[in-house]
Design a protein around this ligand. Structure first.
Ligand code: NAP
Length: 295
């Protein structure tokens, strides 16, 4: 597939972007601009490094200059919420916004990470109501995974963490519906829960480039997971991670984080452009970029 490379910026071109601090590592400009060029849409998508102390001023500036929408990455996913005019139910449940768009009534926020996480799972023919899930980590991405697994109908959601205080706070931060299926557990209890899991999700950065030989689970722990279970790593560099290599070797089905990245991005672009977007072009732009980064 040949990707279009020319974008024409005109007097009418509308602005989209991603805010974060830092933001240089973001693949979003690459992925979104590839789709924008393919569609010959009159938009451009830029990275905006915004310090936490400057967030309010930056959003006021976006209003003033007519920015149409933006993605949000660390550290602004929670702190953006009070600056918005409304926030979707899913973003409220997750407690974080990753996509903002404007209308005549102001700034609207949602979270497309849960939908992005779900996309490769929905393509599988599984009975989710009998699938318990083990989630490794209790950070921002784990929140989207919990909301997604609840939406999928997973029977139990077990979140493993290493900090009792953070786990307690995490457990208390959900609606009664979600809390009824959720248990937060100490990492030490993994051995009791892995043998019952139908889906094991790595929502920690363990194994992410450059520490590519690290894995959140030992070989022995991987061996405890039932063979018909899925191993899902949110990490997309390297592909595959050590965790997914171990899981595949043990006969499990492995899913990496690339499709989640593509799908959360395409869901955001669809909101801004109000039209279907070329998901394959976005995926290919990322694959080409990642292939160029391989050592
Ligand atoms: P985060 O908010 O910093 O959370 C990281 C979690 O991992 C925390 O619970 C942290 O525990 C835990 N953790 C870190 N190192 C650990 C270790 N050595 N042992 C046990 N637990 C450890 O990060 P995040 O935003 O959730 O991101 C997590 C991963 O998901 C990253 O690799 C990120 O790239 C990936 N991600 C992928 C996508 C995608 O589209 N594919 C989207 C979002 C995130 P403590 O709180 O105790 O430190």
């Amino acid at each position: 597939m040949t990707l279009p490379t020319i974008m024409i910026i005109k007097g009418t071109t509308q602005l989209l972007g991603v805010i974060g601090y830092p933001v240089e590592h973001s693949f979003s400009p690459l992925m979104h601009n590839a789709a924008i060029a393919y569609l010959a849409a009159d938009y451009a998508y830029l990275p905006f490094p915004i310090r936490p102390a400057d967030l309010k001023a930056a959003i006021a500036g976006f209003s003033a200059i007519g920015v149409q929408g933006f993605n949000i990455t660390i550290p602004h996913k929670q702190s953006i919420i009070p600056l918005l005019d409304d926030v979707s139910e899913v973003a409220q449940a997750i407690g974080a916004v990753n996509t903002v768009w404007r209308s005549e009534t102001g700034w609207h926020g949602t979270n497309t990470d849960a939908a992005g996480f779900l996309a490769p799972l929905k393509a599988l023919n599984r009975e989710w109501s009998s699938t318990p899930v083990v989630i490794l980590g209790n950070g921002g991405a784990a929140r989207a995974v919990v909301a997604a697994c609840y939406q999928l109908g997973c029977s139990q959601i077990w979140v493993m963490g290493r900090s009792p205080d953070k786990l307690k706070h995490f457990a208390q931060s959900w609606s009664a519906d979600i809390a009824s299926k959720l248990s937060t557990l100490d990492w030490e209890q993994l051995g009791d829960y892995l043998p019952k899991a139908g889906l094991v999700v790595n929502a920690t950065p363990i194994g992410m480039h450059p520490k590519v030989t690290a894995s959140p689970l030992s070989e022995a722990e991987i061996g405890l997971i039932p063979q018909d279970a899925l191993a899902y790593d949110l990490i997309y560099t390297p592909r595959p991670t050590q965790f997914l290599q171990q899981a595949s070797a043990a006969g499990l089905t492995a899913i990496d984080g690339l499709e989640m990245l593509v799908q959360q991005g395409s869901a955001a672009l669809e909101i801004w452009l109000k039209q279907p977007v070329p998901v394959a072009i976005m995926r290919q732009a990322l694959l080409d970029h990642l292939a160029g980064q391989q050592p």
